[in-house]
Ligand binder design. Structure first.
Ligand code: NBG
Length: 855
């Protein structure tokens, strides 16, 4: 852009910010606090976004494109302002405008809160896919819930996790738009009555039901573009909070406050469980709310431009992300039968054409099942449909496998008083996908084997990816600039380009630059650790701040939900071994190691909370030891979320991906870390396997542990005692769990002893060392030694790191959405039409020249 035009634009942008300060907040810029300027800037950007959003919508409508509707209970978008500016390619302009106002973008960005509407990987993946859908210009709308309280805020009081409500909506959110016009009515419970549609299909309807009104809020998801023609996708989230109808006044008058407000509070709280289902009544209501409100919206949208539903299966694709929204299957059936008088077979054909399902887990405890009685009571109409679907599924199994009643039992949707949501989702979908090659194999060969044998074509793999725009371009500006300097800017929207970085891997100059960038990023993290991560006593009083090792140390990170299968415990046991070693001989190790943990435990997950306590106890021992702490330090960063990830990941050297092989469906942190130049110490699990293949064994030095196959062979006869008895350092580490050398009080002693028991002497009938920690520990320990040897040779380390970054090309979520579009949805890209864009721009105002882009 010509300098004069640039200056003029910056001037206009600054004026518009002033305009909003006055018209929305009644203040002038000289008196405006940061929060007000943040808000005014967001409002200003919204103008430009609204233009493109409107034009994107018109383009899709005019082209009658087949649309994707993505249904998911969780999203973790991260802070929006910075990312939106980056995707609009407006950083320079915004900085110039703010400079004129004497403000600084870094300060404003801090005013925003993370919309933490998810637990972990599942929700963040959904947000990565949305970024890619928008950037790659696919016609898509995503649906979710607008939880008043997102995932809890984590504080740690003397090693104990304390949960606080995450009130992200305390201030008005400038990125959302309330759409009262699109409210939907959702009905629960009621008295069932039999009815028949015009085609003679018998159904259940309800009288005297509870009716809940779901109100829509829309959030714009902005696609990356250098020009001003970016696409915008919609994330529509439902709330039941603000409709007076949802409040049951009669119950209130009868003194039943709990019951009176149940439906106003329905979307209040996100259930804080990751990879673990707990069959709660309100959760079932939430799931149905999402399914029902969204499908009504989808149908209505279709009918806006079509006289009937004839072309519905050509124009609509519904992605069921994990089983949580699977009731969309029975709800779409119901609406087709009841409102549109389809025959049963016709309706089923439509459902199967439109729906597809992604599975995200193989853990038994995360596969959703609902109590049959509960579903029958809360959702009588849907239950009736599922019952019939179950009958038909069973009959089709009998037809294909005559006489195999055991198989029928295994496959049925309703069994032993439980409704198995995965079976419903598979049966109602035309495609089912896993999220990494290994995961999909396990779906086909183990957990959904019977379904695979029914219909092998249905099962496909689409390996997860992450967006390089948030996790590299936006959050690691130093490394981004380096990459762009070396290979140009194409990688931002075509990550396969990153492969070219291999050319620089052995170049000493590039290695030096890379190491310098890491150091700077580590310095940022060190400041963060010193200032923003206080240490609290058992009452939550701040008693000090952590003082990290310097940037020369290896920054070794494990950042993810705390879960036994992810094996943070193995990491800790290794640290205890290291501690013992350093205690005996402080010069036994050549490099300094700064270990970082971050992650939340589900509030009801006792063992995970004990593991956090253990991390703290070991950290305390290590960090307060004058000799050991020169070489080793351990930090736990509180309240892991997208924003914390954006600070930690660019500063990481070593990425811990150490789950028991066969348990982590994919992992996505593994990709983010490798993309930012961390080397992976990892098992053969999830997407890590494919990352290794892409990088090549020669540049993947720290693989270790038993494979999924080896584990399943070992399982029946596994006995960690042999190892414990014969490997002294391992025994000493495990013994530290109960010899009072770590515990400072009885409560801690109890906690650590029960960890010991889970490893070696389980109570009840639990399997011993369920996640094979003792079995993999030696191999992990040996590999950690290799890590230290390589880290002692910085140039070599940098060469490996550059090869790892270069190998991440196929792990962009852009690649994932292209695969879904081709293999599952059959949708085409639909770039915003330039004529439509200029028409909307003109209508917006020919004279209002505050537009920020207009290049
Ligand atoms: C998680 C898996 C991860 C995977 C993400 C995204 C759930 C239920 N599953 O391995 O544990 O990366 O999904 O697919 O949260």
């Amino acid at each position: 852009m010509d300098q004069d035009i640039f200056n003029m634009q910056a001037e206009r942008l600054a004026s518009k910010i002033k305009h909003y300060l006055i018209t929305m907040m009644g203040i002038t810029v000289d008196e405006a606090h940061e929060e007000a300027v943040y808000r005014a800037l967001a409002m200003t950007l919204r103008e430009e976004i609204m233009i493109n959003w409107t034009a994107t919508f018109h383009t899709i409508r005019n082209s009658q494109a087949c649309m994707l509707y993505y249904l998911c209970m969780e999203y973790m978008p991260g802070k929006m302002l910075g990312n939106n500016i980056a995707n609009m390619h407006a950083s320079e302009l915004v900085n110039a405008a703010l400079k004129r106002l004497g403000r600084n973008l870094g300060q404003l960005v801090k005013q925003e809160r993370d919309p933490a509407l998810g637990n972990g990987g599942l929700g963040r993946l959904a947000s990565c896919l949305l970024d890619s859908l928008a950037t790659q210009q696919y016609p898509a709308v995503a649906y979710g819930l607008r939880y008043q309280y997102g995932i809890f805020e984590q504080e740690i009081w003397d090693g104990v996790q304390v949960e606080r409500p995450e009130a992200w909506l305390l201030h008005e959110n400038p990125w959302e738009f309330r759409r009262d016009h699109h409210a939907a009515a959702v009905k629960f419970a009621g008295r069932p009555v039999q009815i028949v549609n015009k085609k003679g299909v018998e159904m259940v309807d309800i009288l005297d039901y509870e009716e809940v009104r779901a109100i829509a809020y829309d959030l714009p998801i902005i696609g990356y573009s250098v020009a001003d023609d970016f696409n915008v996708c919609t994330l529509r989230v439902w709330t039941t909070k603000e409709s007076p109808r949802n409040f049951a006044l009669q119950r209130f008058n009868a003194g039943l406050l709990d019951q009176a407000s149940e439906n106003t509070l329905l979307t209040d709280v996100l259930y804080p469980n990751d990879n673990n289902e707990v069959g709660k009544r309100i959760r079932l209501k939430q799931e149905f709310l999402l399914a029902s409100a969204s499908i009504q919206d989808i149908i209505q949208r279709h009918l806006m431009h079509n006289p009937d539903l004839m072309f519905f299966p050509d124009k609509v694709r519904i992605q069921i992300n994990d089983t949580h929204p699977a009731l969309v299957i029975s709800e779409l059936m119901r609406l087709l039968l009841l409102d549109h008088h389809y025959s049963w077979a016709e309706a089923w054909e439509v459902v199967k054409t439109c729906c597809s399902y992604t599975n995200h887990t193989v853990l038994k405890e995360s596969l959703e099942e609902w109590n049959e009685g509960r579903m029958q009571h809360l959702l009588p109409r849907q239950y009736h449909i599922i019952e019939r679907l179950n009958l038909e599924l069973c009959n089709s199994v009998r037809k294909k496998f005559p006489g195999d009643e055991e198989r029928v039992r295994r496959m049925s949707i309703i069994q032993d008083g439980q409704v198995r949501m995965a079976h419903l989702a598979i049966y109602g979908s035309h495609k089912v996908n896993g999220v990494s090659a290994l995961h999909t194999e396990i779906l086909k060969k183990v957990i959904f084997k019977d379904f695979y044998e029914m219909d092998t074509e249905k099962f496909i793999n689409i390996t997860n990816g992450v967006t390089q725009r948030r996790f590299l371009l936006h959050s690691n500006p130093r490394l981004s600039a380096f990459i762009t300097k070396k290979i140009g800017t194409k990688w931002i929207t075509d990550f396969n380009e990153i492969q070219q970085l291999t050319k620089f891997a052995s170049d000493p100059e590039s290695q030096k630059e890379f190491l310098e960038i890491k150091k700077q990023n580590k310095k940022d993290l060190i400041i963060y650790l010193m200032e923003k991560n206080p240490i609290c006593d058992f009452q939550g009083k701040i008693i000090g701040h952590f003082s990290p090792l310097d940037e020369e140390a290896l920054f070794d990170v494990q950042i993810k939900r705390i879960h036994e299968y992810k094996r943070q415990l193995m990491n800790v046991l290794h640290l205890i071994m290291l501690y013992h070693e350093l205690k005996a001989n402080p010069s036994s190790r050549k490099i300094k190691r700064m270990v970082i943990f971050s992650g939340k435990a589900a509030p009801g997950y006792d063992m995970a909370k004990k593991i956090i306590q253990l991390i703290f106890a070991v950290a305390k021992k290590v960090n307060t030891d004058p000799m050991v702490s020169k070489m080793l330090k351990i930090a736990f960063i509180e309240n892991y979320n997208v924003s914390r990830a954006e600070v930690i990941i660019p500063a990481s050297d070593l990425s811990q991906q150490i789950s028991t092989a066969g348990t982590e469906a994919s992992g996505t942190g593994n990709i983010k870390l490798a993309m930012n130049g961390a080397l992976t110490i990892g098992t053969q699990d999830g997407a890590t396997i494919e990352m290794r293949q892409a990088v090549g064994d020669a540049w993947w030095p720290f693989a270790f542990g038993k494979t999924a196959e080896e584990i399943s062979v070992l399982r029946p006869n596994y006995n960690p005692w042999d190892i414990y008895m014969h490997q002294l350092p391992i025994r000493q580490a495990v013994d530290a769990l109960r010899d009072h050398s770590l515990a400072e009080n009885d409560q801690q002693h109890q906690a650590f002893s029960s960890i010991y028991h889970a490893l070696l002497e389980p109570v009840n009938s639990d399997p011993v060392d369920k996640y094979f920690i003792v079995s993999d520990l030696q191999s992990y320990y040996d590999t950690q030694k290799k890590v230290e040897e390589l880290y002692a040779q910085p140039a070599k380390w940098a060469e490996y790191a550059l090869h790892n970054i270069a190998g991440m090309g196929r792990f962009s979520s852009d690649e994932s959405v292209h695969n879904y579009a081709k293999l599952v949805w059959n949708i085409k890209q639909c770039p915003v039409d330039p004529r439509e864009l200029s028409r909307v721009r003109n209508e917006y105002s020919e004279h209002d020249k505050c537009r920020i882009l207009n290049k």
